[in-house]
Design a protein around this ligand. Sequence first.
Ligand code: SAH
Length: 215
Amino acid sequence: MMIDSYRHKGLRKKLVEEVRSKGIQDENVLAAIEAVPRHFFLDSSFVEIAYQDKPFPIGSGQTISQPYTVAFQTELLQAGKGLKVLEVGTGSGYQACILAEMGARVFSIERHHSLFAKTKKLLESMNYKVKLFYGDGYKGLPAFAPFDRILVTAAAPFVPEALTDQLKTGGMLVLPLGAGDTQVMTRLIKQEDGRLEEQKFGYFRFVPLLTNKAP
Ligand code: SAH
């Protein structure tokens, strides 16, 4: 069984202050980071450093995003209570739990079957009511569309049309956009007439969103 000790809680408080000092202001995002035991999402050898503001390997060549990056994307998404949110790239499930902690109804897709299975077990054991799917995030989840918010947590070389199609009017899509080594954090807001307003928020580095057949 996994233990969330006072020491872990103390480390989380420190992490919240670090992320705050780097510019994150949304108190709901900060409260979620304080609430979710990040060390549950890392392999045991990394538990001691789960609360550093760094990304870490989670198996299958993938990484759990740095807490600051999770906070930054979550703040941009403005994902409050009751909103229906689609995440592309479940990975460890940490980001999905941050969104769930904020009261969002979370759907998340992962293309690595081993990661999908491992994370499904973990989130069930933690009692998070996140709906996880094994599949290709480029296609979104048409059966559950439309969504208030869509968050892509891997580098997208272009904006997948299925995702903008599955966005409500007034809805937001946040994704790291770019095919190279770095991506531009981008927010698209769907207008009444279906047009997408584009806003840009600086450079980040993500693992790529993959197109080939899911392993
Ligand atoms: N949000 C995760 C970190 C994501 S890392 C967390 O909180 O831990 C990016 C994830 O996207 C990886 O797990 C990778 O396997 C997944 N991925 C890559 N291409 C994908 C695709 N086309 N559809 C769904 N998931 C994809």
